[in-house]
Design a protein around this ligand. Structure first.
Ligand SMILES: [Zn+2]
Length: 401
């Protein structure tokens, strides 16, 4: 991001298949395509990043994670749309969202009197949005698209990006695109998973090939400054295991918030800028793996039945790194129809419909979507009352409910 080549290895999670490359049982014997899953840290700007960039058209042209399928996300996006409307937009303002998925936020913006336009590279998701009248250009966002939007619609009061900056290799080009697209007092509002939470809670399973960058606030302030922009406000939000919502305008147009100053100080004080923090992190990740393996091994030796819930991308990092296969976890229950009947990438654990949890009633189920732990506990109250238990796998495996 800062163009330095002074990178050093922080964590090696091995060579793993892509997190959404589920395998049909007939092809279980065939070798899977694997990519190194290693994080490097830049000594100059501190950005934590992957060593390998998988071609974006492989990862994002057909994308299987539909935002509107997640009830907690619907509520989250309603709140975001309201904040955008109240703080930075007027009735009828042009608002652009890139990485707009199936249009869940576009709809919330339109409902509040704004004129949203989505940009989404996944053809399947862009079609869903367009079919419901939420205009979406089926492209990868960048300077060229930004210029075409500005020419076609006028400049945007607000540009939004949720959980997409980390997917993009050349973020400097994105900063340049924002410069081309935003009104003079326009604002870029973006959410990214926060590196401070990843480190503090040992959320190593959020590392997979789609996530090229793991952001702290310090490197982001430098990035935007390099394009004549300024990160002027930031807030920590609880979603996805801990994220930040950042606000970026043109340089010197708005005062820097107290929240921003405080978070920058926190990052310095808590060691987020120190190389030694990352050496400790790698040690904690190995300990986390050992604790989970030990717990599952003990349960199996006591003849307990163990399954998992949520065939998530992060779950596949966790299963592959910890080496957890069917000898420890019988099946993974998941609501997504296309994953059911397939095997998880790498570890080949069968994926079954979510109802399997109550039908089979395993003694324990590992929550592979621990970021929704409380919602899971509420939803699966019948499994719990039938004697089941949930295991929260990180930072140290424990029985959660
Ligand atoms: Zn750097």
């Amino acid at each position: 991001m800062c163009r330095s080549g002074d990178l050093s290895l922080v964590l090696d999670l091995g060579s793993t298949p892509l997190a959404n490359a589920f395998v049909s049982p007939e092809r279980a014997a065939e070798p899977e395509q694997r990519f190194a899953l290693e994080t490097l840290r830049c000594a100059r700007c501190g950005l934590l990043q992957l060593s390998v960039v998988v071609r974006p058209d492989i990862l994002f042209r057909h994308y299987l994670y539909a935002s509107s399928a997640s009830a907690p996300l619907l509520e989250h996006f309603a709140g975001l749309a309201q904040e955008v409307r109240d703080r930075f937009a007027r009735a009828g303002s042009v608002v652009v969202e890139f990485g707009s998925n199936d249009g869940v936020l576009l709809r919330a913006l339109r409902d509040r009197g704004l004129r949203p336009l989505g940009v989404e590279p996944a053809t399947n998701l862009a079609s869903v949005a367009n079919a419901t009248g939420l205009e979406t250009w089926n492209e990868f966002f960048g300077p060229d698209v930004a210029q075409r939007i500005a020419a076609d619609r006028g400049r945007a009061a607000v540009v939004l990006a949720n959980n997409v900056l980390a997917h993009i290799d050349d973020v400097r080009a994105i900063a340049a695109a924002l410069d081309a697209l935003l009104e003079t007092d326009g604002v870029f509002v973006a959410e990214v998973p926060y590196l401070g939470d990843l480190i503090a809670h040992v959320e190593y399973d959020t590392i997979y090939h789609e996530h090229l960058s793991y952001f702290a606030v310090h490197p982001l302030t430098e990035l935007f400054a390099s394009a004549g922009l300024e990160l002027f406000d930031v807030r920590r939000i609880p979603i996805h295991g801990g994220s930040i919502r950042m606000f970026v305008g043109r340089a010197a147009r708005r005062p820097r918030s107290a929240d921003l100053e405080r978070l920058l100080e926190d990052e310095a004080r808590t060691g987020l800028l120190d190389a030694s923090t990352y050496a400790d992190f790698a040690t904690q990740v190995a300990r986390s793996r050992d604790a989970l393996r030990e717990m599952l091994g003990r349960l199996r030796s006591e003849r307990r039945r163990v399954a998992a819930l949520g065939a998530t991308a992060k779950g596949n990092t966790l299963l592959n790194y910890c080496g957890i296969g069917t000898e420890l976890v019988e099946f993974v229950a998941d609501t997504t129809p296309f994953k059911q009947g397939l095997l998880t990438p790498g570890m080949h654990i069968p994926v079954r419909p979510e109802g399997a949890l109550l039908e089979e009633r395993p003694d324990y189920a590992v929550m592979l979507a621990w970021n929704y732990a409380d919602a899971i506990v509420r939803k699966h109250a019948p499994y719990l009352s039938a004697g089941g238990h949930f295991i929260h796998p990180i930072p140290t495996a424990r029985v959660y409910a």
